[in-house]
Design a protein around this ligand. Structure first.
Ligand code: MTE
Length: 318
């Protein structure tokens, strides 16, 4: 049995914090009507960004009956090596990243390549999913209310050609604003990739926000991917380019440490990292004395994604 269940979601949890005008537009598009839009303004939504997030709706496929990780933990315990290798570096230093204006270029094996600004990216999907995700990241995990829509919506729009076998994500490189780049820990920019069927899977999310707010810089503003059945390193932050390719891209971690990080990065408790077991995980926020939780195959999403890997040796393809 998968861990994905359908809990009750309080309407207050669904209320995002955005610019009233644009929120109204989204609510109308999402079928809520003017009355609901005006009522939502009465909650005192604060201006958060010029391009707004669509409201996200409960979606039974994506719910977890797990306690959410606190917003503070989600936004202060991060990996974003462009800002340093300490978990606290991204929240301390990512404020320097310039996120406006921002464009994402779609290139390579697509019928309709193009450059999207944030507003046009956000408008691509009219009915958004409410997403609760359990994420195992290396040896720890969090449950994060991400907001966004399935990457498949964008990919279908640009039309992969018959040669498109992989989707590569190139993230931003701002040497002046990213103090970790001079450390040469990785070959910048940070690059990640998925097989096209993984990228088209509805659980692969183009992500714009969390906890009803636009993404903080340290979590990958203004747009990132989230692939919830994979280890965190597969989810590139602050994406500027999405390239569809025929050949398997060489991703940043595979390039620097191929024996430790594979192309797939699927959460798999049976396959240890060369330097540590991956059978259990520490829940961030559970307290130092809380027992470690057992890590689930594909992070609990086996029912949804296991068929992507039928017949594959997952020890070799780690
Ligand atoms: N994206 C970029 N551009 N740079 C990074 O260093 N780190 C990855 C991934 N995406 C990383 C990145 C790793 S190792 C993890 S665990 C997750 O982001 C962490 O995401 P979070 O801080 O939002 O939890």
């Amino acid at each position: 049995m998968s861990k994905v269940k359908v809990p009750y979601i309080a309407p207050s949890e669904i209320t995002p914090e955005f610019v009233g005008q644009s929120r109204r537009r989204w609510l109308q598009q999402a079928g809520f009507g003017v009355a609901a839009a005006l009522a939502s303004d009465a909650f005192g939504l604060r201006d958060a960004m010029s391009a707004t997030l669509p409201p996200s709706l409960p979606n039974s496929t994506y719910q977890l009956d797990e306690k959410l990780t606190s917003e503070k933990d989600i936004t202060t315990y991060n990996n974003f090596y462009e800002f340093g290798t300490d978990k606290s570096d991204p929240s301390r230093y990512a404020g320097a990243m310039q996120t406006e204006p921002w464009t994402v270029s779609i290139e390579g094996e697509v019928e309709h390549p193009g450059v999207y600004d944030m507003d046009s990216l956000l408008k691509l999907a009219s009915m958004e999913e409410r997403v609760y995700r359990l994420r195992c990241v290396e040896a720890w995990s969090m449950v994060i209310p991400w907001q966004g829509y399935s990457l498949a919506i964008l990919l279908k729009k640009v039309g992969p050609t018959s040669k498109a076998k992989y989707v590569e994500f190139v993230t931003v490189e701002q040497p002046k604003n990213m103090r970790g780049i001079s450390a040469h820990i990785l070959d910048w920019p940070y690059v990640e990739a998925l097989r096209i069927d993984e990228a088209m899977h509805p659980l692969t999310l183009l992500t714009f926000g969390l906890y009803g707010k636009s993404l903080p810089n340290q979590n990958g503003a203004p747009v990132r991917v989230v692939v919830p059945w994979k280890y965190g390193f597969k989810s590139g932050k602050s994406i500027v380019k999405i390239r569809l390719t025929e050949q398997q891209p060489v991703t940043s971690w595979v390039k620097i440490a191929p024996s430790e990080y594979g192309f797939y990065g699927n959460v798999n408790p049976q396959v240890p990292h060369p330097r540590w077991s991956q059978a259990t995980e520490r829940r961030i926020g559970a307290g130092v004395f809380a027992p470690r939780a057992e890590t689930l195959m594909f992070n609990g999403y086996a029912d949804q994604v296991a068929t992507l890997y039928t017949g594959m040796d997952l020890k070799r393809n780690f």
